[in-house]
Design a protein around this ligand. Structure first.
Ligand code: DAH
Length: 319
């Protein structure tokens, strides 16, 4: 009895207690053995013997069930301890990504022009020489057609060198008035601190009756103010593009930089209108094209364009 009590008391788990239950109360357990011994006891003592074995059995049963209760409570307590969480510990902050600076500027540029009533259209990156050059009044001898600037698939197919061919595709597929911008990838055989072989441009085209340079200048200065901040000034310098006449290079004044060229623009050349079947006497318009990466570099003050494509998360996450 003493042994049973000690054993039961020192038990640490339900499993151990079950073993002890079998040891004492099982079919072949120690109490059963004592029961069997009753045959060896003299008849006059048998009654007393039986009684005391039964009492022992009940006592052990009681001890075991009491212990089982205790263990159940203890094990529950342990489980709750394991499950305990300190809700006051600050969480491990997960780093979330964000748009690439170039994609952000791309989207901002679209938003600015959409707010002025322009529609966003896209064109193919693989172009034919007619859309990319000829229709844009860019004759065979023009340096842009030189093999060294362009990636050709064949004599007639190339990766577009600018987004201007989307002007042609748009004018061929609809009638004026037209107000579109066309963002996208363009390709040239260039690679240094300010040029990538793949970069992004946004083309703009506005065609209607009686469009003049004033409309062009207002539209672009509105864009500059929305992109670089209220009060941002622009200036137009005479330039040349085969598809516009007159043509301009447009500069923006940025604090700390001075005047910086941001885009090319001009009044749509009558030859271009003829190429798409528009009567240049009736229709007039302006066009412009700018580098999205370049605007991103100016806005975020990035000096080496190659940083934009290295995909160094430390660099990208600072914008
Ligand atoms: N396509 C020219 C380029 O890639 C940019 C450009 C200049 C586009 C003048 C125009 C424009 O639409 O009118 O350098």
């Amino acid at each position: 009895m003493k042994e049973a009590r000690e054993k039961i008391e020192s038990v640490k788990s339900t499993e151990e207690l079950n073993e002890i239950r079998v040891e004492f109360l099982g079919k072949k357990g120690r109490v059963s053995l004592l029961m069997k011994k009753i045959k060896e006891i003299s008849p006059e003592e048998r009654k007393e013997y039986g009684k005391s074995v039964n009492k022992l059995k009940r006592t052990i049963e009681d001890l075991i069930s009491k212990k089982a209760e205790e263990l159940k409570i203890l094990e529950k307590k342990k489980m709750f301890e394991r499950m305990w969480v300190d809700v006051t510990i600050p969480g491990a902050r997960r780093k979330t990504g964000h748009e690439h600076p170039v994609m952000r500027i791309w989207r901002e540029m679209e938003d600015i022009f959409v707010s002025m009533g322009y529609e966003v259209v896209e064109g193919p990156e693989i172009e034919d020489t007619w859309h990319n050059f000829d229709a844009l009044n860019t004759p065979e001898w023009h340096p842009a057609r030189d093999e060294h600037d362009s990636f050709y698939f064949s004599d007639e197919l190339l990766l577009r060198t600018h987004t201007s061919p989307v002007q042609i595709r748009t004018m061929l597929s609809r009638k004026p008035p037209i107000a579109i911008v066309s963002p996208g990838k363009v390709y040239r055989r260039d690679y240094d601190a300010t040029h990538l072989p793949v970069f992004h441009q946004l083309e703009g085209l506005y065609v209607d009756r009686k469009v003049n340079v004033g409309h062009l200048k207002f539209t672009l200065s509105e864009f500059a103010r929305k992109m670089f901040g209220e009060g941002t000034e622009i200036r137009l310098r005479p330039s040349f593009f085969p598809f516009t006449e007159p043509s301009f290079e447009v500069d923006v004044y940025l604090e700390g930089y001075g005047w910086l060229e941001i885009l090319g623009a001009g009044m749509v050349d009558p030859e271009v209108f003829k190429n798409v079947g528009y009567d240049p006497e009736e229709w007039s318009g302006f066009a412009f094209g700018m580098g999205i990466d370049r605007i991103a570099m100016l806005k975020y003050r990035i000096t080496d364009i190659r940083e934009l494509v290295k995909n160094d998360a430390r660099f990208l996450s600072s914008y």
